[in-house]
Design a binder for this molecule. Structure first.
Ligand code: HEM
Length: 250
């Protein structure tokens, strides 16, 4: 994909790498460079700002105590679309950044069919063809792409109002905007759980930018194989044997 997107993304990556730093120690692999991390946290920040100002507009009677944080109800209403546009803007850059590893492959359909075994933990390692992102991560990513498109279209209709677009368009936009928010919020809860407690070792891929090799062979074996040239299952077995081996006097 030697396209304009690649060139843009590569340039941004280089610029951010010259500003920030990522230290990769022995036994670790680079997962997310500085540019990706900055985009991700900008996306998360504006997502929550839009969400919290949105709460005050959606359910003012329930979130009355919440709106003063943003200067009261009317100011929340003014700020919300700006936060929303910033969220969509940063996610658009994130989409360009992650487009290639997020493309759907035949292994992903198999992963989805196999989801019960993955979730129940019957298998210690993810299926061998799980690459940089697994199918669950890809599904959430594409759900956000669709969600952002819905937010943008319906958000503009709600922003400009019935005088520009008519009462029916505004009424439909309210419903679609809110459905999209509820679906995305559900996905984000699962995402935050999996990125922290659910799959230990994942969180610092978005802070320090690195993961341990053990994390990589467990959750993304095909990516591990690609970047190290080694067999994930073999390295996992070797590490297990080392751990179980009786220790000497020193
Ligand atoms: C405080 C909340 C959040 C935490 C702790 C968090 C953490 C992370 C981490 C650690 C990763 C890297 C996963 C990997 O390398 O495999 C990641 C990826 C990602 N994050 Fe977040 N994130 C948060 C909020 C958000 C929000 C609000 C969005 C979007 C609305 C978002 C969208 C994504 C996407 C699309 C990915 C790539 C796919 C995936 O890993 O699921 N994140 N996040």
């Amino acid at each position: 994909m030697g396209t304009a997107i690649d060139r843009f993304d590569e340039k941004a990556r280089r610029t951010f790498d010259s500003i920030g730093r990522t230290e990769v120690h022995r036994g670790e692999l680079l997962r997310h460079p500085v540019y990706t991390r900055v985009l991700h946290w900008a996306v998360a920040l504006f997502f929550f700002l839009a969400l919290f100002t949105g709460f005050g507009i959606y359910l003012p009677w329930l979130f009355r105590w919440f709106a003063p944080i943003f200067g009261g109800g009317p100011l929340s209403r003014i700020l919300h679309p700006y936060f929303g546009v910033a969220f969509v803007f940063f996610f658009f850059l994130q989409m360009l950044n992650w487009l290639a590893p997020m493309l759907w492959g035949p292994g992903d359909t198999k992963w989805i069919r196999n989801i019960r075994r993955v979730v129940s933990g019957e298998e210690t390692l993810e299926p061998p063809d799980t690459g940089f992102f697994n199918a669950g991560q890809k599904a959430m990513f594409w759900e956000i792409v669709v969600g952002c498109t819905v937010y943008l279209i319906t958000g503009i209709v709600l922003w400009m109002g019935a005088r520009t677009f008519g009462a029916l368009a505004v009424a439909i936009s309210y419903v679609l905007h809110d459905i999209s928010a509820i679906i995305m919020l559900g996905g984000i809860f699962i995402h935050i759980y999996l990125s922290t407690i659910g799959e230990p070792g994942t969180f610092h891929s978005m802070t320090r930018g690195v993961v341990s090799e053990a994390w990589a062979w467990t959750f993304h074996p095909a990516w591990y194989k690609k970047v190290t040239g080694r067999d994930p299952r073999e390295d996992y077995e070797k590490a297990r044997q080392r751990q179980n081996a009786p220790r000497g006097p020193n």
